[in-house]
Design a protein around this ligand. Sequence first.
Ligand code: PGA
Length: 256
Amino acid sequence: MSSAPRRPPMVAGNWKMHTTVAEGLALARAVVERCGGQDAVEVAVLPPFVHLWPVRGVLEGTRILLGAQDVYWADAGAFTGEVSSPMLSGWCDLVLVGHSERRHLFGETDEDTARKVAAARRHHLRVILAVGETATERDAGQTFAVIDRQLGAVLAGADPPPRADEWVIAYEPVWAIGTGRTATTAQAEEVCAHIRAMVAERAGTPPRVLYGGSVTADNAAELFGCAAVDGGLIGGASLKPDTFGSIVAAAVGASR
Ligand code: PGA
């Protein structure tokens, strides 16, 4: 380990399409209770859209960040069911863009993702950009090519390129999401380091890079101990406040 100070880690809980509003408010309160008292790690919760406003109230006066799970690229118009950046800007801190479920279940392309990142940046929303390869792509030796294509599409349209404080990249191998098959520390480190270097070269500054995919209270400390891993994007385990609290504690430990 180098003696340089570590970049502050982030741990973000992606609740996906889980919890009613009442359950989501209770979960947010439980997260505040367990994670609201530390400032070594940026903690974020990403509830479903309909919970965002009431959860904002629960988070008031804490350092816990609020994020949306997606955003549309247009500012307003006839786009039934969509939510735009101006609707979120000013009270929502973050938006997640390019999650593999958006890409693979809802057919979002690299270009769609690039437009969404651009819209969020225009309206001063910090972005968590998710990238990652499928099992087939990894087996075919295409991991870096896929990551470079996904990042490249976003960087190509970005003028000026994103500063490090405008975005965080989440490396989420698709085969590790919700499967219980976590990447090894060597796999996580290799790809996260590649992302840092690739973006530093193209954008001028390296972003923080999170790992996501079956992070649990048992494997978090090891993953967050990797030099290129700056925390995690947590799905299933973010719905259990004690487990999420333990994952945040692992990130606090790794930040020292
Ligand atoms: P998981 O999901 O932690 O349930 O694997 C991660 C994610 O999809 O962000």
